[in-house]
Write a protein that binds this ligand. Structure first.
Ligand SMILES: [Zn+2]
Length: 483
């Protein structure tokens, strides 16, 4: 990186969010954008280390719920891809095709997977025989490729991204619905309680479904600029799709029945974008404790044997429960402080001669941006205590900001006002079925925002009138601008 990367941020998050985002990615050394293929980026260690931890938490949560890991090929035969018409129609503008091996044309064109339903389903039809095989729950950690035509942004939208996709087969429609609820629970457990991201889990309106889905559910996280980012989504796949792939099973009564499938897609690299934007501030990144690349950094203030010994012995103790580093670089202490604040390390320990003589140690905690003096003997215990409350503090702050952004609107001018103030509007709405699409189009035209759907976690029935057309409202929906 250039020398400049050591300086602090020059743009304020609340003043120019977009510039702030670009700058923090470069200065915290998360990604290098100078790779020579548009929409592709080089993930740097500081991002990879965190994302590895993110993967682990998400995969562990999935395995606990009975998902088994697979690694499928990156390429999908064209004939698989063409089996289901809605899917191919929705995805074909975004597919990268492999057509040659060396200088020979391939027998069949191969898609670089944009998502893997058509890869898994071909195997499901071979593997699933009886009701005893169900539910059949899988997942894989994978990178997927989409020829995005919208403007790309690092982590948020690129042409290759890193995600987890789960693919499940169920005996009944009710089991598929249950899986959606389970996925919502997983999102809460991991996205909120570990990554610290507040969200709403929506059922999308009927006009806004995944290509090939019967129902689509999705998580929206709010960016500080008032736009929502779609995070993990869950789909109940259309029966046409399962039919096209012959995913059948023999039921208890001996009859052959068609199975139901669901999928869930937490995109780790995209969620990482939300972690940067939701928690970061004008000094740099802030990582929840569990997914910080390094949890504790020790800064020796002077080059001294006693300090070095102390640093090493602290490291040894803290290493038992956290990732810790000592910064022996030749930068000045001030430069080191700024550097690690930019990097979002949860706790910094400053070791100086004066403190050591008094048997004291200075801790700096990034959750509250506060310094603490502790007794030398208490230092490790205190680090442990802070580690247990650290993420909770980030969550508290993020939750309260999120709650304040959701406001009720009674009519289109009120929706407009809330959207312009970077919020999410909640309104009575005629219908999330096809007949409501007209009202959604009026909203989009007038405000640039979209109907994101109805909440799945709270059954909200409307007894009012549609904020747009004034007809009887059947739903309460949320409206926001989206990326
Ligand atoms: Zn309406």
């Amino acid at each position: 990186m250039t020398k400049k990367s050591q300086e602090g941020l020059t743009v304020k998050k609340e003043e120019n969010f977009s510039e702030w985002y670009s700058e923090i990615i470069q200065k915290a050394e998360l990604a290098d954008l100078r790779y020579k293929v548009k929409g592709f980026l080089v993930f740097q260690p500081w991002a990879v280390l965190s994302m590895e931890k993110m993967y682990n938490y998400m995969e562990k949560a999935l395995r606990k719920k009975g998902h088994k890991p697979y690694w499928f090929p990156t390429v999908i035969p064209k004939s698989n891809f063409e089996k289901e018409s809605a899917h191919i129609k929705g995805f074909s503008p975004e597919v990268f095709w492999v057509t040659k091996g060396g200088d020979k044309n391939l027998e069949e064109d191969l898609a670089l997977r944009p998502t893997s339903e058509t890869a898994f389903y071909q195997m499901f039809s071979l593997w699933i025989r009886s009701y005893k095989d169900l539910p059949f729950k899988t997942y894989q950690r994978a990178n997927v490729f989409r020829y995005e035509t919208k403007a790309t942004r690092p982590f948020l939208r690129s042409r290759e991204f890193h995600w987890i996709e789960t693919h499940c087969v169920h005996a009944t429609a009710e089991d598929a619905e249950k899986q959606v609820k389970e996925d919502m629970g997983t999102t809460k457990e991991v996205l909120h309680d570990i990554y610290g991201l507040p969200f709403i889990f929506f059922e999308r309106p009927s006009w806004d479904k995944f290509a090939g889905a019967y129902k689509t559910f999705a998580t929206d996280v709010l960016n500080p600029d008032g736009r929502v980012v779609q995070q993990p989504s869950t789909h109940i796949i259309s029966p046409n799709f399962t039919k096209a792939f012959n995913i059948n099973y023999e039921d208890k009564d001996g009859k052959e029945k068609q199975a139901f499938t669901t999928c869930y897609g937490p995109a780790i690299s995209r969620i990482f974008a939300s972690i940067i934007t939701v928690h970061g501030d004008n000094k740099g990144l802030k990582f929840p404790w569990e997914i910080a690349p390094v949890n504790v950094v020790i800064i020796p203030i002077q080059d001294d044997k006693k300090i070095k010994d102390k640093a090493e012995s602290l490291k040894k103790e803290i290493e038992k429960f956290a990732d810790v580093e000592i910064d022996y670089s030749e930068k000045s202490p001030g430069e080191k402080f700024n550097h690690w604040e930019m990097k979002g390390v949860p706790i910094r320990i400053d070791l100086g001669m004066k403190d050591l003589k008094e048997k004291k140690i200075t801790l700096f905690r990034r959750d509250l941006d506060k310094k603490e003096m502790v007794n030398e003997k208490e230092a490790v215990k205190r680090v442990k205590e802070i580690s247990e409350e650290f993420t909770k503090n980030l969550i508290k702050k993020a939750d309260s900001l999120f709650k304040d952004k959701i406001k009720d609107a009674k009519n289109l001018p009120e929706v407009k006002k809330i959207i312009n103030e970077e919020g999410i509007a909640r309104v009575h709405f005629c219908s999330v079925e096809k007949i409501g699409e007209k009202c959604a189009e009026i909203i989009e035209k007038e405000t640039g925002a979209q109907v994101r759907g109805t909440r799945l976690d709270e059954q909200q029935k409307s007894n009012g009138k549609c904020a747009i057309c004034g007809k009887e409202a059947h739903n309460i929906v949320y409206i926001a601008r989206a990326y």
